[in-house]
Design a protein around this ligand. Structure first.
Ligand code: 5GP
Ligand code: ZN
Length: 146
């Protein structure tokens, strides 16, 4: 399937590249939430966050920290968001994993969804479900840490 980010990485589509090394590329988002909105992208194609190998994710996180600092300083932002959208429901539109670095300014806009409250016992119910999934994948997690 055609991937716009792969095209950019291969040099077949244009982008305002702000950083590049062997494994990672960072370029400006074409439709920024705020000016300077930057995408940090692995050069290898992974559809989403869950399938990025640990080593690669470590390098991407370090690069994202580095780029976030540079973006914040260069546009004199008050803060920034680092986000990754995964799946249609989360707003993912390009299925090549990436981090967004979005510079933020005091009182620029409200990013807050309407917050929910757990019903009685509801919080434990959700925590139990998640604890059960967490323990199921513990061996994989421990394997990756070593
Ligand atoms: P997602 O919605 O998947 O989290 O983020 C994809 C981002 O890629 C969007 O914010 C969108 O504006 C940006 N984007 C889509 N196509 C292009 C393109 O051709 N060039 C650049 N620079 N950004 C793009
Ligand atoms: Zn791709």
């Amino acid at each position: 399937m055609e991937c716009i980010f792969c095209n950019i990485i291969e040099g077949n589509a244009k982008a305002e590249i702000v950083f590049e090394d062997e494994d990672i590329i960072a370029f400006l988002d074409i439709q920024p939430i705020n000016y300077g909105h930057t995408l940090i992208v692995p050069k290898k194609h992974y559809d989403n966050f869950l399938i990025v190998p640990t080593e690669e994710l470590n390098r991407l996180t370090v690069a994202t920290q580095y780029i976030a600092g540079a973006v914040k300083r260069s546009v004199k932002a008050d803060g920034f968001n680092v986000i990754t959208n995964n799946g249609d429901s989360a707003g993912q539109t390009v299925y090549h994993f990436h981090f967004h670095v979005i510079p933020r300014f005091d009182e620029d806009f409200n990013f807050k969804p309407r917050l929910k409250n757990y019903s009685s016992g509801g919080m434990k119910e959700y925590a139990d479900k998640i604890r059960s999934a967490v323990s199921k994948y513990k061996d994989i997690y421990n394997g990756q840490k070593n």
